[in-house]
Each structure stands twice: as structure tokens, then as C-alpha cells.
Design a protein around this ligand. Structure first.
Ligand SMILES: [Zn+2]
Length: 143
């Protein structure tokens, strides 16, 4: 039964950075209709870096493991690095996900981008190119 890697199990059983940031600088909420996962991502930004990140995920094990891993990967990182985090990198860091569960890692990427878009929008700043595409995509499929 090697459907899920040890890392997926580890992050599912002991998810990192679960919770809410009360006065977050950006909040992103995304969902997918495939397994009904809902993911909410909170970020705190200081000096152009992600100083804190927390998430709440109501969803399948892969979605929880992906959000946990994704938060670990962007914590402390500069914004331009965080916005380039791909679902592929998250899935690889988890030592892979079953093909039919890859969309759950896509959600982690989208949730982080949505939180960053929220941050830039609140600040009245122009969206960087990387996020413009994500914003257009989000407006188009409006899950
Ligand atoms: Zn899922």
C-alpha cells in the first residue's frame, strides 16, 4: 500500500501551521469541486517576506498534507519566491501524490496566490505579473 508517501502521512497526521492569523495581511480562500476541498490561507508580511502563515483546510488528506507542506515552503521567504511556488514543487516535496490527487496540491498553490493577491489589493499595489495570471484564472473559473 504505497499509494501515499511517508511524508504525505506525516503532514496529514501532524499538519504544520494550522490555524488562523487574526490580523493577517492577506487571506485567500479556494476550493475544488472534485473532492470538495476548501482551503483558507492567512499570511503575515514583514519587510517583503512571509513572516507567518497559517491555514485551515476542510478536505481530504492530500489537501491537508499539501497545505501543510506549502506553508512550510513559503514561511520566511520573500514574496517573489512565495508567489512562484508551484503545485508541482509541493507534490515533489511530499515525495509525490497519486495522479488523481494532484489537484489537491494545485489548491495549495492557488490558496497562497489568492492570499498574496488579497495583500496586494488591500495595499493598493499593482499585482506582479505572476499574480496577474492567477487572478485572471481565478476570475474565470470562480469555483
Ligand atoms: Zn482533495
Amino acid at each position: 500500500m504505497a499509494l501515499y508517501s511517508d511524508k504525505v502521512f506525516d503532514h496529514f497526521r501532524n499538519p504544520r501551521n494550522v490555524g488562523v492569523i487574526e490580523n493577517a495581511d492577506g487571506v485567500g480562500e479556494v476550493g475544488n469541486t472534485v473532492c470538495g476541498d476548501i482551503m483558507k490561507m492567512y499570511i503575515k508580511i514583514d519587510d517583503g517576506r512571509i513572516s507567518d502563515v497559517k491555514f485551515e483546510t476542510f478536505g481530504c488528506g492530500s489537501a491537508i498534507a499539501s497545505s501543510s507542506m506549502a506553508t512550510e515552503m513559503i514561511k520566511g521567504k520573500p514574496l517573489d519566491e512565495a508567489m512562484q511556488l508551484t503545485n508541482k514543487a509541493v507534490a515533489e516535496a511530499l515525495d509525490g501524490l497519486p495522479a488523481h490527487k494532484l489537484h489537491c496540491s494545485v489548491l495549495a498553490e492557488e490558496a497562497i496566490q489568492a492570499a498574496l493577491i488579497d495583500y496586494y489589493t488591500r495595499k493598493g499595489l499593482e499585482l506582479p505579473e505572476e499574480l496577474k495570471k492567477a487572478a485572471e484564472r481565478a476570475a474565470k473559473d470562480e469555483h
